[in-house]
Each structure stands twice: as structure tokens, then as C-alpha cells.
Design a protein around this ligand. Sequence first.
Ligand SMILES: NC(=O)c1ccc[n+]([C@@H]2O[C@H](COP(=O)([O-])OP(=O)(O)OC[C@H]3O[C@@H](n4cnc5c(N)ncnc54)[C@H](O)[C@@H]3O)[C@@H](O)[C@H]2O)c1
Length: 452
Amino acid sequence: MTDIDRRRVLGAMVAASAALMLEGTPAAARAARAPAGRDVMTLKKAPMNRIRFGFIGVGMRGHELLRLLLAVDGVEVTAVCDVRAAALEGAASLVEEKTGRKPALLTGSDDAYRGLVDRNDVDAVIIATPWEWHLPMALYSMAAGKETFVEVPAALTQDDCWQLVESSEKHQVNCMMLENCCYGRSELMVLNMVRDGLFGELSHAEGAYIHNLRWILDDREVGEGTWRPQWYTKRKANAYPTHGLGPIAQYMDINRGDRFDMLVSMSSPARSLKTYAKRKFAADDPRSKLDFVLGDMNSSLIQTARGRTILLQHDVSTPRPYNRLNLIQGDRGIFAGYPDRLALDDHGQAEEWITDLRPWQEKYDSPLWRKLDEEATGQGGGHGGMDFVMLWRIVYCLRNGLPLDQNVYDAAAWSVIFDLSEQSARHRSQPRDFVDFTRGVWKSAAPLSISI
Ligand SMILES: NC(=O)c1ccc[n+]([C@@H]2O[C@H](COP(=O)([O-])OP(=O)(O)OC[C@H]3O[C@@H](n4cnc5c(N)ncnc54)[C@H](O)[C@@H]3O)[C@@H](O)[C@H]2O)c1
């Protein structure tokens, strides 16, 4: 971490802890801010024939997104920025290998990304940097009129979220958070099931990010281990809410017929990372001395304006096997993930899950996946193909002048849980209200369906 990085992280952390002093959600914090321009719920841009992308941050995630995007038709990668020479070289060789052309390379300072954004040959910007950089980079990109794509979580505080919303409205550009889990084959199938009414009237959902990521502590020179554990020493929160929540929010028409209303949250003790560090590293290793506050498990309960409930969990510390829960239930049926299964009221009284889903897969499989299956899975990696499907779909929407599937209101409503869960967990689970980032537009916005 550079000094500037460190100062930015500290600044963001101080802002977050100021919010923790609040008792209850004060009216000012709940109030919607004045619109900065037309709403961008279904922002449509003129169709773009070729999209010229610039990448900021080509570490582990950015490199993977770059590799996959280069396999999508109608795309050029004209510029890449990273503060690390090795990452930049790796990205440049990838582009050259695939296209025969070298992208412009921007580096040399923490603010070199501005040079990338300012280029005339960049239409769209992908930001895959450590969390504290998402906001300044996305704001700069939107102010320059670039279609902006930012990794998860898009922002870290409620105020950050408002800034993203205001900027997208003011400049009438897209600000999409790259929530790839919305493009999983199961998730898109479930969205079709929900739209078809298979589960009846929805009442409850469960989502999670349960992923044994203790190994990132092993990274000392490069990678997430150099920055992410620092957050775990400061934030007692659901620090990565969007993977489990994004698909559920789409099933439940959040921001398009319903919205998150309030949340309560509770964190368990933080033990597991310390135990791991003690086992792996010498007693005088700085990682053995880290004092983690992020609970091993954070559980939040969200209630929507229509009274529906969502359980959302976060555990990146324990050896518990991977799970995003992906459960949605209505008055006629339930789908649950990990493993995928169904319970439907017209399937007798059996108290067991239906695990042979073939008839339903046949009927509800996503047309996107039917079309892209071989291409998506043939790329290898990319979280089983969903990353490629997401990137393909973004390019399809931009080339056809269609609204993107996720807008800035989604980025804000899904990311703000980082902040709200902490405020609640630190205050004996007091309820925290969500602000309405759409300022009422959710009431009339049409439900989302994702197809081609
Ligand atoms: N959607 C997913 O499935 C998924 C998976 C992994 C990571 N992520 C997200 O992707 C982002 C990046 O994570 P990662 O695993 O690639 O981390 P990483 O540390 O491997 O890569 C981050 C890169 O950003 C560069 N960087 C840092 N500051 C910069 C600056 N000022 N200008 C330009 N480059 C800068 C670093 O040098 C590094 O190469 C994070 O937000 C993370 O949450 C998402």
C-alpha cells in the first residue's frame, strides 16, 4: 500500500466510524437528496457499434475480466491502467496476444487513472481496484461521460452511494456494479421461474456470501491480502453484501415495484482469521498481530416496503464450504441453492426437496445461457461462465441501445448494506432505515427480465 492508499483507506474508515455514533436513523440520514438530473432507471444510450473499453486495476479480478471481455464481439480494449508494473505488463501482453494491438498503458501514480478516463478512445471504463478506490474512480469516469462499470461493492457508505446516484443522473451515464452472480445459470433460471409465478406471491428470501477466503492472508506482496484484511480490522459489518443479495433483489423487484425498507444486523465474535494467522505465521509476523473485528458471521435481516423479509449472511473467515444460499420462497413454492432444489405445493405432501430439476430446467433455462453455454464455459474460469455471460450481456445492451440490467440505484441499494449492517451490529442490532435512492421511481418502474 502506498501512503496515499493508506490515507484514503483511513479517510473512508473514519467517515464510516462517524456514522456509527448515530443512535437510531436520524431523519436527515433517511431523507432523499434532490435529484441531480432525470432518473436513470431505464437509461438508454444511442447504440454503439464498437465499444472501446479502458481498464483500471488489472490485478486478479481485472485481469480475468479483461481476458473474458477480449472474447466478446464488438469490443476493443484501448487502454489499461495499474500502479503495478507486473500487472500492467500481464494485461498488455493479453491484449496484444488476442488483438495484435498494444493498448495505451497508464501508470506511475495513484491518479494515473485520470489519464485513462480522459482519453478520447475510451467509451467505457471497468474499475477493478481495491474498495476505497471505487468511488473516486467511478465519479471521475462518469464526470467524463464514460459508461462506468465498477466492481463489488460499488461504494462503502450511504453518502458514497448517494454520490454515485447523483453523478449517474447528472451526467446521464450508466454506473453499473459488476454483480456477476446475477448471471449465474441457476439465478437466471430462478428469475424466469419467479416471472412465471411458479412460487406464487413472494414472501421471503435468503442470500449469503459464505466463502473461505482466509488464504488471502497469505498474500503479502500482491493481491487482496495486501488490502482487504485491513478492512476486517475496522469494520464489523457485512463487508461484501452484493453477491448473495443481487439475484434475490432481482427476484423480488427491488427498485422496480418494491424496495428495501429497514435492516437489523448482528455479528458473531471474530475468531477464525486470528486462529488461522496463529497457525500459519510466526508470532512476530504482522499478520499474527492483526486484531480483527469483522465477525466470523454477520447475519442481517432486511424488510422490504411490501413487508417481505430477507436473511443475508457474510462469512469469509471460517472453513465453512462455499454457499450463497440463493433461496426464494412464495406461497406456492420455494427454490433453494447449494445444491439447487425445489419444493412446490402441487407436488404432494412430500417433506423432501425435489432434486431432479430437469423438467424445470428445460422450461426455465435462460435463453442467454442456452445461446452462450459453450462459449461461456469454454473460456475456463470466470466463475463457471457467469462472468462471460455478464460481459456479453453488457456489450449486447450497449450495442443495441438497451438499458443495462443493473443501474446505479441497484448498485447503491445493494452496496449500502455494508454501512447499514455495521451501524446496526454496533448498536445492539437497532433497526436502520434504507434511504430510497430512486426517490419514488421504484413504485412505477417495470419489473426486470433478462433475456436476448
Ligand atoms: N465479482 C467478483 O466475483 C469479484 C471477485 C474478486 C474480486 N472482486 C472485486 O474486484 C476488485 C479487485 O479485486 P482483486 O482481487 O483484483 O484485487 P487485487 O489486489 O488482485 O487487484 C487490484 C489491482 O488494483 C491496482 N490498483 C490499486 N490502486 C490503484 C490505483 N490507484 N490505480 C490503478 N490501479 C490500482 C493494484 O495494483 C492491483 O493490481 C475488488 O473490488 C474486489 O472486491 C470481485
